[in-house]
Design a protein around this ligand. Sequence first.
Ligand SMILES: [Zn+2]
Length: 303
Amino acid sequence: MPYIMEPQQLSDAVELIDVQGWKSPRTTGVLLVRGSDTAIVETGHTSCAPRILSELEKRKIPMEEIRYVYVTHRHGDHCGGATPLEEKLPEAVVAGHKYALATLHNPERLNAGARELFGSFAEDIIPLPPTAATEELKGGEVIDLGRGVEIEVVSTPGHTSDHLAYFERKSRTLYTGDAAGLLGPQRYTVLPTAFPPSFKYSIYQASLETLREYKPEFLVFSHFGVATGPEVERTFNRALETLDMWRDTIVNAWQGAAPETAALNAVRERFLHEIEVFPHESRTSIIQVLAKGFSRSLYPDQK
Ligand SMILES: [Zn+2]
């Protein structure tokens, strides 16, 4: 079972749930982690929260049992569900990097940027009330959920400066958020999550190396799916090779009177067919956005 592309139980304690972010199946996955306390790792978009709550109901998990809602970073397709979840989960603490929490409290700027990038696919983050229970994480913390289930927080900047990944030690499940790339469900391509303006090429690359050192048994991508066993190392290799190919494609195309346009076209021509997640009608614009984020990281003076 080299790749897992359907929602399912990964171990005794860890389950992958499809929250249908981007209003599409198999586009955004989150984890339900159960020791004697229960944690939700990542929330998907605002509209994904009812789906998570109904999955809890189906499993007869009382709302009071959820102690943590972890978010990987400030983007709305990862942390947007935290506000509606926090409303319904009386004992839950929303935990993430301080910048992710600050964005949840004051999302206006990020919402405007997301609308500009994604148009009708964007979903606003609803502000998290100041009274909500939150916990700032930096990376390095270990949270004991009981029954031998422990979550280690891993600092993984590069996609954004506030990115954290979460490693469940007992099952060796590594939830990577956007730090390892976008996993294609058919050919298992791994594209860099090079969204502007936050993507930083060499920092992202270093975080990928950090994640690889964990040697996980289950390597979970938010968008979407899980590499397991021998495919874990191969998937890391593919992610790193693809990162180099994007860099070379942009550097080689960067010439003439409009170098950025030339570079964006070159990336689109070479890699559009490799984007296998997100709704079909948005893939051309997403590859364009990723190419721009990547080239701005290499040529930051371009405006
Ligand atoms: Zn993101």
